[in-house]
Design a protein around this ligand. Structure first.
Ligand code: NAD
Length: 400
């Protein structure tokens, strides 16, 4: 069989631990036998990020801007334990944070639903997509420890040196403080991409924040969404019979749990980070979730939404077998290859992505799966297999 050729490189960002082990298995067994892969490779292994003072992460993000499509493996965000474990020179920033700061945009996370996997929340019949704003807020914040008897103020100095200041807190004892920001342009793009996605998917959209408490900050988000909706999207929504709703984040959580799904839930950066794990777990597993960052200039970065699966990696290092679910990593690859195919008019690449995703569905629906899915599968005769075994079965199930 002749391999599918590519015209434009895909930007490939390698990562850490068990996710990295699976990444290479997926490439070797599921991609390279079928596709003459043209990729621009960046190794985001923690040691390499440290050795390059994180230049490799910045270069990778800029390459995604240049070529338009990237695929990223999960990476470790270093903390003091990891600094010792990997003997690091630096405290590195979260690579996802660095990439999102460069690309800006919205991350769409959608569960991969399967007929034989019953969600932990059985009312959920249709996918719930999280649209996570991927710029600013706590991920770009500055925090400090504060000594007792210290007055903390927020000071804005304009270019003519005029100051606006407001008291944050007059500390009589030791404490902590944080400053965070966002930009109108980024919020507007976030809102625009959510409305566009709702129209494309013909699905209701809900945006949630906490405007009753964080008045100037969250009201800005709420107002920008409302203005854009009334100016540009209301008519399209009415024609499609879909709805836009704003509600408080606590009300949104309760509505989501009680719903049947079939909604796009737009969340601020931190809410989206937390709620996407809740949605993925509610639907079955962190490994049954797709994730794509869409930037204002049209770049797409695909990834699995789970982490590096550290505990499985430690078992793997001891020579033990693991049963780690590769589905989200495979779907990161198929998402990126399909987008590359669509942009380049490469129908074979699009068809291959569809076939590989179908092979994943067929495998789990046939009763062969990893340990994380066993309890949720409705199949009577099911088998829990190892990481390598499931990839081999998926490979055998690919029908081109
Ligand atoms: P994790 O997602 O790796 O694991 C969380 C839990 O879910 C664990 O119990 C794990 O066993 C299970 N799990 C996750 N993916 C699975 C899979 N494919 N198959 C079976 N079970 C799976 O998150 P963590 O343990 O909190 O973090 C480990 C490392 O990952 C940390 O260093 C963190 O910085 C990093 N991380 C990276 C990303 C990313 O790059 N996108 C996201 C989250 C965490």
């Amino acid at each position: 069989m002749e391999k599918i050729k590519m015209t434009t490189p895909l930007v490939e960002l390698d990562g850490d631990e068990m996710a990295r082990i699976i990444w290479h298995m997926v490439k070797e067994k599921l991609i390279l036998p079928y596709v003459e892969l043209k990729s621009e490779y960046y190794d985001l292994h923690l040691k390499n990020r440290d050795n390059t003072n994180d230049k490799v992460t910045i270069d990778a993000a800029n390459a995604i801007r240049k070529y338009g499509v990237g695929v990223k493996c999960a990476t470790i965000t270093s903390n003091s334990d990891r600094k010792i474990e990997y003997d690091l020179k630096n405290f590195l920033k979260s690579p996802n944070g660095t990439i999102r700061d460069i690309l800006d945009g919205t991350v769409f996370r959608k569960p991969i639903t399967l007929e034989t996997i019953t969600p932990l929340i059985p009312r959920w019949k249709k996918p719930i997509t999280i649209a996570r704003h991927s710029y600013g807020d706590i991920y770009a914040s500055t925090s400090m420890e504060v000594d007792a008897f210290t007055k903390a103020e927020l000071v804005l100095t304009d270019r003519d040196n005029n100051e606006k200041r407001t008291l944050v807190y007059d500390f009589k004892e030791k404490g902590i403080i944080i400053g965070e920001y966002n930009l109108d342009s980024s919020i507007r793009f976030f809102a625009e991409s959510c409305f566009k996605h709702a129209v494309e998917e013909k699905t209701n959209l809900m945006f949630s924040a906490k405007d009753t408490v964080v008045k100037a900050y969250d009201n800005k988000f709420k107002d920008i969404f409302e203005e854009l909706y009334n100016e540009k999207y209301k008519e399209q929504f009415d024609n499609l019979g879909i709805k836009y709703t704003y509600t408080l984040i606590d009300d949104a959580v309760s509505r989501i749990v009680k719903s049947e799904g079939g909604i796009i839930w737009a969340c601020k950066n931190y809410d989206g980070d937390v709620m996407s794990d809740m949605i993925a777990t509610g639907f079955g597993s962190l490994a049954l979730m797709t994730s794509v960052l869409v930037s204002p200039d049209g770049a797409h970065e695909y990834e699995a939404s789970h982490g590096t699966v550290k505990m499985h990696y430690y078992r793997h290092l001891k020579g033990e077998k693991t049963s780690t679910n590769p589905i989200a990593i495979i779907f990161a690859w198929t998402g990126a290859l399909r987008k590359r195919g669509e942009l380049d008019g490469n129908i074979e690449l699009v068809k291959f992505s569809d076939s590989l995703e179908k092979a994943c569905h067929d495998t789990i629906n046939s009763g062969i799966m990893t340990g994380d899915l066993i309890e949720m599968s409705s199949i009577l005769h099911k088998k829990c297999v190892t990481t390598e075994e499931i990839i081999d079965v998926i490979s055998n199930n690919i029908k081109l």
